[in-house]
Design a binder for this molecule. Structure first.
Ligand code: FMN
Length: 123
């Protein structure tokens, strides 16, 4: 299996646990990498989220539908499996992950969503 992980995760202040060095999704990404040897594409917001949780919530809400990223993943045709790993923001992927998925051609890729209970409309 040739696999790619497209992921986003945020450290800093998180709900109920205070300040953390590593985001929840990133911890799971590490497990998946260990198990699969997958390549990784980390989605990075063009402007990082604030460390403060409540400010981050406001920022994320404003970014829904318009969330620029530093770099987009490009050709994924070499991979037979793509793991999409994102925190749930407003019931779906983090807005930057939505941006990263736009324009990707998933024809022929198996998709593994590691995310939430709500299925993304694209898959
Ligand atoms: C902006 C924002 C929106 C969120 N929206 C939801 C949500 O709609 N449903 C939910 O269950 N959790 C929601 N959460 C909680 C995150 O999904 C959860 O803390 C996740 O594990 C964070 O992943 P990370 O540590 O990898 O960034 C939200 C968190 C943030 C910061």
């Amino acid at each position: 299996m040739k696999a790619l992980i497209i992921c986003f995760s945020r450290a800093d202040e998180n709900y109920a646990v205070g300040y953390i060095d590593k985001g929840n999704t990133e911890i799971v990404v590490e497990y998946v990498r260990e198990m699969t040897g997958a390549d990784m594409f980390k989605v990075e917001p063009a402007v990082p989220y604030s460390a403060d949780y409540n400010t981050c919530i406001k920022e994320a809400k404003e970014r829904v539908g318009n969330a620029p990223v530093k770099e987009n993943p490009s050709d994924i045709s070499a991979y037979d499996t793509v793991f999409i790993m994102s925190p749930i923001y407003w019931g779906t992927y983090a807005p930057e992950v939505e941006t990263a998925l736009e324009g990707l051609d998933f024809t022929g890729n198996g998709i593994v969503n590691i995310r939430s209970v709500k299925k993304h409309p694209k898959f």
